[in-house]
Write a protein that binds this ligand. Structure first.
Ligand code: UFG
Length: 326
């Protein structure tokens, strides 16, 4: 199939592009390189450098004058720092909500009816029970999570009113690097745990903070469900193929069902890298639930997916392979 991947040079998008092309699909990447990296672009893809908020550009790309018509659009070009979204909501409204709604309208205008959307565990908010399944109430506790929920709701309406077929994939904690070593660009100024731990192990930063050790968990630090990007990638391709064959929408958790504490992640990283990871215990970070772990049973029954590469050691090893290179 002919697919447009918006944000295909970014951390998650670039992994999905490789998986799509490996599976025999044609890919056009649209990326403005605000956070994306050129070295992560699969050379087999067609690359358009530009902004999804440039509606004239989107129109040209969708009207069929520059390529065959697109069968599906994948959308990864969003902001994702939950803390920042509470300080600068307007920025998240424009980049995550307005840009995506304009994209949807442009897709409808050009009769492109399949959409794969990066949603987030942040749509659930504080867990009312664990593990979280897709029926869990949706009460985001940060504005970032709300922007994802707002789009999910619009997708539901467009499905009813415009026959859009969509997959909203709620990622838990995405981590890891391509198991084949093809993606080598490190995220700039990361805010997530694993890249920060890797930067300390590699000597890029001297030390890190562990945000709180007084949570009601086995060692007092927060528990998260880490999911390897290659596993996310296979889920995306399967989800797109499901939309095409079943003509039904999908809303799925992508997770492993197993959680690790911050200190367990640090300790595994020390083991894999053979380096010490220096840290200070600091106060809690606002908005961090003690534990987030999910079941992906629905992904198993609908698209026959389950995580294959998300064991903590495999995940950390795939990251260390990249970070140990200076
Ligand atoms: N942490 C630290 N020190 C750091 C960074 C993180 O102790 O320097 C801790 C956090 O407090 C948290 C855990 O490591 O307990 C994981 O934090 P991340 O920032 O890596 O991830 P979050 O769970 O906060 O959020 C991530 C994504 C969100 C997504 C969410 C879904 O950043 O976009 O997972 O679970 F919505």
């Amino acid at each position: 199939m002919n697919i447009m991947v918006i944000g295909g040079a970014g951390y998650i998008g670039s992994h999905i592009v490789y998986e799509l092309i490996d599976s025999g699909h044609s890919v056009t990447i649209l990326d403005n390189f605000s956070t994306g990296m050129r070295e992560n672009v699969d050379e087999r893809a067609r690359l358009i450098e530009g902004d999804m908020q440039d509606l004239a550009l989107l129109k040209r790309l969708f009207d069929g004058s520059t390529s065959d018509p697109f069968d599906s659009v994948f959308h990864f070009a969003a902001l994702k720092a939950a803390g920042e979204s509470m300080q600068e909501p307007e920025k998240y409204t424009s980049a995550n909500t307005v840009a995506t709604l304009n994209l949807l309208n442009m897709m409808m205008e050009h009769d492109i009816k399949n959409f794969v959307f990066s949603s987030s565990a942040a749509t659930y908010g504080d867990p009312e029970y664990l593990p979280i399944d897709e029926k869990h109430p949706l009460k985001p506790v940060n504005y970032y999570g709300y922007t994802k929920l707002a789009i999910e709701q619009a997708l539901e309406w467009y499905s009813r009113l415009r026959n859009l077929r969509y997959a909203a994939l709620r990622y838990f904690n995405a981590a890891g690097y391509d198991i084949h070593g093809r993606i080598t660009g490190k995220e700039r100024n990361p805010a997530n745990l694993l890249p920060i731990v890797m930067e300390v192990a590699a000597g890029i930063r001297p030390k890190m903070n562990v945000f709180g050790n007084d949570y009601p968990t086995r060692d007092g630090t927060c528990i998260r469900d880490y999911i390897h990007v290659n596993d996310l990638a296979t889920a995306h391709v399967k989800a797109m193929e499901y939309l095409e064959s079943e003509k039904r929408d999908l809303v799925l958790n992508l997770a492993t069902g197993k959680g690790y504490t911050v200190l367990e992640v640090i300790s595994e990283s020390e083991k894999v890298s053979g380096r010490r990871v220096a840290y200070d215990i600091t106060s809690r970070r606002e908005g961090d639930p003690a534990e987030l772990v999910a079941v992906s049973a629905l992904a198993k029954t609908t698209i026959d997916w389950k995580a294959q590469h998300s064991g903590l050691s495999e995940l950390v090893e795939s990251m260390w392979n990249i970070y140990k290179q200076k």
